[in-house]
Design a protein around this ligand. Structure first.
Ligand code: SAM
Length: 240
């Protein structure tokens, strides 16, 4: 492990999640967006973005192994996962003892990569793995969105696979769990949603730059919440 930071109700580990998950005393719920292992479309040079025959290389972070699932020790898991790798996820879920599966869907209008002839999808399933009895609340199973982009969306922080905050708020609001773990925290969007919804958060991220992004975002959210007008500055937060 390379470090641990506490920001309000959030605990962030800079480490490989396979090292930290077994050490967590109790896991109530996992909400995560892991590497899919479908990468391999980073252009090797500028200017190749629209060339379908451009050489492609695998992103070093995009290790789509599913060994982390067994380390969740049967806690309910809400995980983004691509349709073309679904068989592997379901097999790993069965092996890890998950008896119940259902799906929610994030529908994107701007899937990447926007290159003709290459795999792209406009619907990202969110698998809900649990035991019978685990319940989700709220009506719709589908959310329509676009992904945050620098220069277009104020919330974009530069993580290549940042999820929209609205999607994470929608997902977490479907649960009643007080404490949520994201083993693949990236820029910390799950943590921000937890902050806004009053849930405790444990985030794990092994990439130092992503970890710094997440720490900054959560520190800023904490600072905003501390200001006298901070509660008003958090969109989507309802006050009783
Ligand atoms: C798809 S991104 C998550 C993006 C996040 N949802 C957001 O909104 O920013 C997956 C993240 O998992 C991290 N990661 C990959 N393997 C990991 C591991 N074994 N342990 C911890 N983090 C890992 C990557 O560095 C990457 O930042």
């Amino acid at each position: 492990m390379n470090g641990k930071v506490v920001i309000g109700d959030a605990v962030l580990y800079r480490a490989d999640c396979r090292e930290i998950l077994p050490r967590l005393e109790d896991i109530e719920l996992i909400v995560t967006d892991p590497p899919y292992g479908t990468g391999g479309w980073r252009r090797t040079a500028a200017g190749q973005g629209r060339d379908p025959s451009a050489a492609l290389v695998r992103e070093p972070w995009d290790d789509g192994a599913l060994d982390w699932l067994a380390l969740c020790r049967g806690a309910p898991v809400l995980t983004f996962w691509p349709p073309q790798q679904m068989a592997q996820l379901l097999a790993a879920a069965r092996a890890a003892g998950y008896a119940k599966t259902r799906f929610l869907y994030m529908r994107k209008r701007d899937p990447r990569p926007p290159v003709a002839g290459r795999t792209a999808w406009s619907v990202e399933p969110i698998a809900v793995l649990s035991q019978p009895g685990f319940q989700l609340y709220g009506g719709t199973d589908v959310i329509d969105t676009t992904t945050p982009r620098i220069g277009r969306d104020a919330e974009a922080v530069g993580h290549p696979y940042q999820k929209p905050l609205a999607v994470m708020l929608w997902l977490i609001a479907k649960t009643r769990c007080g404490s949520i773990v994201d083993p693949f925290m990236g820029s910390g969007t799950t943590g921000l949603a937890c902050k806004q919804l009053g849930r405790r958060f444990i985030g794990i991220e092994r990439d130092p730059d992503s970890f710094t992004l997440a720490s900054r975002r959560l520190t800023e959210a904490e600072r905003q919440a501390d200001l006298p007008w901070g509660r008003l500055a958090l969109p989507g937060l309802r006050h009783e």
